[in-house]
Ligand binder design. Structure first.
Ligand code: C2E
Ligand code: MG
Ligand code: MG
Ligand code: MG
Length: 290
């Protein structure tokens, strides 16, 4: 991730116009009102890998001068400038709107998850008010809506966060702990933060199926989460060996480039309505990934 940021920064400097990323950070403030933001949706598959059960909404920023900017870079900037609050509300609205369209087409099994930055907790009352309004407006079962909170960003013992999670769950919204294992992966903490879903960080997949230690670790985590009654999504599934491993060892859902990169909503709709040749059971990197 750090390496990624450096590369992106270099690219910015090379454009000449953005000697300092301060400029870019300033630009994040007007990105929403200028219509430069969009969402990409990455499919999530159930354990056998044959059925799409949902999507994750991922923010995209097309900067008028430098083009696509990676979220790894601009999310942090939006957090620093405070813009993340308004942008996060927009992501929620757009994500729910898209989900309700897919439900209206009859695909009522689909869920939608959106990422939530820890910084958004500063305005949690406003966020919850917005959530209530949007849930009322979009007629989808609340349980099909998921909010993802990144494990490494939070403390398992943060009382405010725990109360927020309860606020969400009281409404029927489900909560996922994102990138689990990149942070402390505290087992005791899992009892303190009663999440519904754990998304296992993609770094665990990297050495599957070649490394016994990681494989054993994963098998242990799957079994533990099953005992705890927590749903699992494994991220970063990039090949069929990994898919086979997960199918054999767990009941985990899967997300990753093997199935699909994040896509324009239209492509997912076309797939759902059968007007597309896209088969989500094989890689299709070149189909307009976003
Ligand atoms: P994330 O929430 O963990 O999202 C998954 C990221 O992993 C996405 O990167 C996705 O494109 C990438 N990915 C998915 N499958 C694979 C795979 O098989 N291999 C590899 N190498 N990567 C894979 P993306 O879209 O660049 O987003 C990066 C991060 O930016 C997200 O990580 C999330 O933390 C953050 N982000 C994106 N959208 C939002 C948003 O609306 N709000 C907030 N607060 N954060 C967001
Ligand atoms: Mg996520
Ligand atoms: Mg995330
Ligand atoms: Mg993740």
């Amino acid at each position: 991730d750090g390496k990624n940021k450096v590369l992106l920064y270099k690219k910015l400097v090379e454009t000449g116009k953005y000697i300092q990323s301060e400029r870019l950070k300033e630009d994040t403030k007007s990105a929403l009102e200028n219509g430069e933001l969009s969402l990409a949706f990455q499919p999530v598959f159930e354990a056998s890998g044959s059925q799409m059960v949902g999507t994750e909404a991922l923010l995209r920023w097309h900067h008028p001068e430098i083009g696509h900017v990676s979220p790894e870079l601009f999310i942090g900037m939006m957090e620093e400038s405070g813009t993340i609050h308004e942008v996060g509300k927009w992501v929620l609205s757009e994500g729910l709107k898209q989900l309700s369209k897919w439900h209206a087409l009859g695909h009522r099994q689909l869920s939608m998850s959106v990422n939530f930055s820890k910084k958004q907790l500063f305005h949690k009352e406003d966020f919850l008010k917005h959530l209530d309004k949007e849930l009322k407006k979009n007629r989808v079962p609340v349980k099909n809506f998921v909010i993802e909170i990144t494990e490494s960003e939070v403390s398992y013992y943060d009382n405010d966060l725990m109360l927020f999670i309860k606020d969400l769950q009281q409404r029927g919204v489900r909560v996922a702990l994102d990138d689990f294992g990149k942070g402390t992966a505290s087992l005791h903490g899992l009892r303190k933060l009663p999440v519904d879903i754990v998304k296992i960080d993609r770094s665990f997949m990297e050495s599957i199926p070649h490394e016994n230690f990681n494989a054993s670790l994963l098998i242990g985590i799957y079994s533990l989460l099953k005992q705890l009654g927590i749903e699992v999504v494994t991220e970063g599934v990039e090949n069929k060996e990994q898919l086979a491993f997960i199918s054999r060892e767990s009941n985990s859902s899967m997300q990753g480039y093997y199935f699909s990169k994040p896509l324009h909503a239209r492509l997912i709709t076309e797939h759902l309505t059968g007007h597309s040749e896209i088969a989500f059971t094989k890689p299709f990197d070149n189909v307009y990934p976003l």
